[in-house]
Design a protein around this ligand. Sequence first.
Ligand SMILES: C[S@@+](CC[C@H](N)C(=O)[O-])C[C@H]1O[C@@H](n2cnc3c(N)ncnc32)[C@H](O)[C@@H]1O
Length: 232
Amino acid sequence: MTTNKKTMIPTILIGTALIPNNGGELRLTQRDGDFYISLKGVSGELMSSRMYSSELALAELGCAHLQELENAKVLVGGLGMGFTLAAALKATSPSAQVVVAELVPGVVEWNNGPLGDVAGRPLDDSRARVHLGDVAELFKPDQAKYDAILLDVDNGPEAFTHDDNSALYSMDSLHAIRQTLRPKGVLAVWSAWHDPSFTKKLKKAGYNVSYKTVRAHKGKGSKHTIYLAKVK
Ligand SMILES: C[S@@+](CC[C@H](N)C(=O)[O-])C[C@H]1O[C@@H](n2cnc3c(N)ncnc32)[C@H](O)[C@@H]1O
């Protein structure tokens, strides 16, 4: 347990989880009723239960075309605290299926345990399914099966949690994702900043691209970017 000297509010370590392939260690802490996931040795948080509006927006914007669609299929990359998964389930019909890919087994355990309530236990929804592993394993150009792919595995289109994630945003990967999407499908990518070169790259990979700036929490806080790349 550590204590914030200014406020004397203790920070409690709830658990640690190893990232596969020697990727480091994630830490789950709790302070003043809120949860935080951080990467050991890196300042700042990867995720907090205090601010999650842009994680919700990722699913609301990326699934906006799916509300009325029967048997819609959505892939969420990165479970984190489950906010994007919960919003994707909310944005889709009762016949939808939402697959969430999570690289770190401990994160899934936390969501089935102490973290479960923060996003309303989305893993308990019978429409949700977990793929334990790299989201890239599900990009299969020969099988166009998702109507939306929502990516929030890092701070943006640059590796942060996991060095291998830079490959996710390579031209080859963006082509593979496009071919994994059904006609009119949407790739939505969360980013902590706006990078015009990523918009260009998405266009070059054959998408119709737009982006939206969203605030971290209820119209306040940092400005995040959601890229929306639509299959032509
Ligand atoms: C910022 S958090 C996601 C937050 C999430 N949008 C939410 O609503 O809570 C990133 C998550 O992606 C996971 N992750 C990182 N790289 C991944 C990959 N290549 N495939 C699947 N999951 C990955 C991390 O372990 C972490 O749980």
